[in-house]
Design a protein around this ligand. Structure first.
Ligand code: HEM
Length: 399
């Protein structure tokens, strides 16, 4: 089959359960594969790494002159902005979240994350069948980010509802009418933004030790986000960290139930869990592809990619490239030097990675001892439509 239809075949829903043979085909046809729509697709480790670090590659969809895979908002969040604007917003957003200004904030959440996980597990007691997504993985990251931000507990369900609407708008099948879902997502974003700005205002001069209080009370006015930026940043943290973390936990359970020897090993050697999470980020990553756009004509491995063209970097393919990874299709929790693309690389490297790692370790650590006789009810499980953020919609298991 033609390699210039590879992206269409990878994103086709029938490939969702197992896109990895297509990624192998892509690396074989590559490194740079031109697509029928004029865009480019790249799946080899070395080229992806070089392009993620290349300042001539823009993350901003407004620099694109060719058609894209998805509709974009006119003003993107900093995930899709370039430096210097990206750097400014990322630096300000990092201040209440991580080092050097708030080095202990995420780590201090370990106890609370263990507690939330414990409550979710407790609610599953006496159940013979559960859905790992709906009953466990889905509620966890929203609850955690609400607590970090300082959202009162009685309002957490509002965030579940808003996130549902936003996630649903990214999960559109071919030919489906997107109007209603886009409208609902837009409304959810607006309501979430208004709520967060209001809450932040209540914390102005009356800080309560959470991220929203820190954002609004930043003493250096030059470093303070405007209220609009605050709302956008907070929404980005809710959305960027939600489905990704859900998928990592769900993919973890799926992988371990498919490989009972590895499940058994992790049960006997729980100290391997952090490495197992890294290996999951390589072997079954939540983020499969990211788009970049060259700001000038660039040469990649002998092919000139014109300025303004959509370039899709298949991160999940790069993380299965046999050049840097020995036996890449094997799930090996003791794999040394695991420099995967699970959290991206370069200036947009995932900002929430330390939190995601703690959540995944807590979730899998709590579930693994309970998976002794568990089995998958359906394999492969039903997947979400989204090919870029790939993960099961449901994962029913029999305990
Ligand atoms: C398993 C969970 C997660 C995965 C797999 C993941 C993956 C990624 C990836 C691949 C990128 C790079 C995107 C690019 O280069 O275009 C990214 C960026 C980002 N992630 Fe995550 N993420 C996860 C969890 C989180 C969490 C929990 C948060 C927030 C609390 C978060 C916030 C962000 C933000 C703000 C960016 C943009 C960084 C920038 O543009 O400078 N992520 N993530």
């Amino acid at each position: 089959m033609d390699s210039d239809t590879l992206l269409a075949r990878i994103t086709d829903y029938t490939s969702r359960p197992n896109p990895y043979p297509l990624y192998a085909e892509l690396r074989e046809a590559g490194p740079v594969v031109r697509q029928a729509d004029g865009g480019y697709l790249i799946g080899t480790y070395h080229e992806i790494s070089a392009l993620l670090h290349d300042p001539r590659m823009s993350a901003d969809p407004r620099t694109r002159t060719t058609p894209s895979l998805s509709e974009e908002t006119p003003k993107p969040p900093f995930l899709r902005l370039d430096d210097p604007e990206h750097h400014r917003l990322r630096t300000l957003a990092m201040r209440p979240f991580g080092p050097p200004h708030s080095p202990g904030r995420v780590d201090a959440m370990r106890g609370e994350i263990a507690h939330i996980t414990g409550e979710l597990i407790e609610a599953l007691r006496d159940r013979e069948q559960i859905d790992v997504v709906d009953d466990f993985a889905y509620p966890l990251p929203i609850t955690v980010i609400c607590r970090l931000m300082g959202v009162p507990r009685e309002d957490e369900s509002l965030f579940q509802r808003w996130t549902d609407a936003i996630v649903a708008s990214a999960d559109i099948g071919p030919g489906e009418d997107t109007t209603e879902r886009n409208k609902a997502a837009m409304q959810a974003r607006q309501e979430m933004g208004r709520y967060l700005v209001n809450l932040a205002e209540q914390r102005r001069d009356r800080p309560t030790g959470d991220m929203l209080s820190d954002f609004i009370n930043e003493p250096d006015l030059a470093l303070r986000l405007t209220v609009e930026e605050l709302a956008e940043t907070a929404i980005l943290l809710f959305i960027a960290g939600h489905e990704t973390t859900v998928n990592l936990i769900t993919n973890g359970v799926l992988t371990l139930l498919r490989q009972p020897d590895q499940l058994d090993r992790l049960r006997r050697e729980p100290r391997l869990l952090p490495q197992a999470v890294e290996e999951l980020l390589r072997y079954e990553p939540p983020v499969h592809m990211r788009e970049r756009i060259p700001l000038a004509d660039i040469d990649v491995a002998g092919t000139t990619i014109p300025k303004g063209t959509s370039v899709v970097l298949a991160l999940a393919s790069g993380s299965r490239d046999p050049k840097p990874f020995h036996e890449p299709d094997r799930f090996d929790p003791t794999r040394p030097d695991n420099q995967h693309f699970g959290f991206g690389s370069g200036i947009h490297l995932c900002y929430g990675a330390p939190l995601a790692r703690i959540e995944a370790e807590a979730a899998l650590g709590a579930l693994i001892p309970r998976l002794g006789t568990a089995r998958l009810v359906q394999d492969p499980p039903p997947y979400r439509q989204n090919a870029m953020l790939r993960g099961p919609r449901h994962l029913p298991i029999h305990l």
